[in-house]
Design a protein around this ligand. Sequence first.
Ligand code: NAI
Ligand code: OAA
Length: 328
Amino acid sequence: MAKEPVRVLVTGAAGQIGYALVPMVARGIMLGADQPVILHMLDIPPAAEALNGVKMELVDAAFPLLKGVVATTDVVEACTGVNVAVMVGGFPRKEGMERKDVMSKNVSIYKSQASALEQHAAPNCKVLVVANPANTNALILKEFAPSIPAKNITCLTRLDHNRALGQISERLNVQVSDVKNVIIWGNHSSTQYPDVNHATVGDKPVRELVKDDEWLNGEFITTVQQRGAAIIKARKLSSALSAASAACDHIRDWVLGTPEGTWVSMGVYSDGSYNVPAGVIYSFPVTCKNGEWTIVQGLAIDEFSRKKLDLTGAELTEEKELAYSCLS
Ligand SMILES: NC(=O)C1=CN([C@@H]2O[C@H](COP(=O)(O)OP(=O)(O)OC[C@H]3O[C@@H](n4cnc5c(N)ncnc54)[C@H](O)[C@@H]3O)[C@@H](O)[C@H]2O)C=CC1
Ligand SMILES: O=C([O-])CC(=O)C(=O)O
């Protein structure tokens, strides 16, 4: 028997990532090749015409799995009945703007969208925040949607995780699918810590194969931390196809499960595991089963890593305080 369609919300759907993401969702890349979907696309009134253009293209693409499209500038209509919400819409930093200006705009967007999701989304809706500052936007969404379980609200660090896999695969000249269990700790920002101490290729530790700790503790980390900026420099636009693909990976693994023996990185509500701050959205290694993520416990953290986990945790605490100051 055919499955019931799943309703997937994409906010900021007229933007760059939205344009790359919606065809992936409609092709079954996010939820599986046998899972029909209904796309809900939200953007703001100035983007309404462009949003309608995206809807026209979705119709023209004749995706067999796509059972309906809602394209709207009305947040309540957009959120009604959605099972998965991918929050890409936000206010980007412009020339001459302070970080606080962007924070205050995004805090107010995520506060109001939190209420709409809480009141109108399907029960147990899974939320992924992509828009920057992704961890803190997700935290605000969690705070203003208290009836949505905290475990249902996450942010995207899978792009950073995939970037780390890509760097190791290029360095070792191995298939990216053979590299496993890198970790992104902390914030989706340049303080994030890409950690290869537990990563493997086949049954061999990445550190043993690379045989260059100076590179792994230096250039590898900064390359992953700065990859977003490098893409902006090259394209004059930020990452879009890789971000859309990572968003699909994040939701697919969350809903359908991670393969045995493999973990992925997700920004989740911190319970203080690994002595990082509790009560912020922090990226951890997680496994997923039956639609739930679990933080991988018991990994050894050496002194070098400890400092990096603490540094990115401190930045998240600072961002949280800044976000709260914008609310008052
Ligand atoms: N977490 C991650 O790994 C990544 C995050 N990003 C972030 O994702 C966000 C989107 O990036 P792009 O698609 O390149 O930007 P974009 O500027 O092309 O698109 C953003 C869209 O959001 C819409 N928007 C603005 N306010 C909105 C609101 N209140 N409700 C609904 N829609 C709204 C805009 O009209 C625009 O269409 C940015 O914040 C970017 O920094 C980008 C790449 C990776
Ligand atoms: O750096 C940016 O502004 C976009 C982003 O988050 C990324 O590519 O990781």
